[in-house]
Design a protein around this ligand. Sequence first.
Ligand code: SF4
Length: 242
Amino acid sequence: MMTPQFWSIPPSDLTPEKLADKAVTLQKRLSEIVERFSDVRFATSLAAEDMVITDAIVKAKANIQFFTLATGRLHQETIDMTKTTEDHYGITIIKAYPEESDVQAFIAKYGMNGFYDGEEPKKACCGARKIKPLNTALLGADAWLTGQRREQSTTRTELNHEELDDARGITKFNPLFDWTESDVWAYIKNENVPIHPLHLKGYPSIGCEPCTRQVKKGEDIRAGRWWWLQSDSKECGLHVNQ
Ligand code: SF4
């Protein structure tokens, strides 16, 4: 039987000069954000894009608070990567946990893995384990950052650097909105940024363990997220203005 070929870290066609320009522009974007807003927070999943932003925040000495959505369903590799990142950069990443009562209510209604049964239970699970904790983690913030890129999926092609997050009434920034996948990996290699171990095992995107799988070579890079749903449902609702 042939071994399936999975996604792997792409080569870069960026010249060192262009990469240096991108890095400088990214740090400028971050510095401008903290000049305009006093309480800025960054939601990291520990995936490649978020590691680039983490590296740039530290290098720009930007006063931005780090947090991660500790959903209770993450891979052990992601939990380990949080500690690796904290140790590497000397930072603290706040863990935003779901409310136990919300998790229990989901399990009582749909079952532990009820999200496999369709869009509605998936939304309910992401609501309890991600969206509500995100809302709590952003209480009091003026602005927040994400690692989203336009190129990542059909739902992100209109992405801009700065947006109004209507759901939370604050500003949202996507400082890598115009970066390609290859740009991200060129930066990671050049700056020796720690790499989430699942990226070395065919996972281009990092999410909850039961809802994320390896992507075959040539497949869409979001194909491993909620693969049992239609392609326009491949978001957890964190980035939807509700
Ligand atoms: S990604 Fe899956 S396990 Fe994680 S919160 Fe959403 S539905 Fe639940």
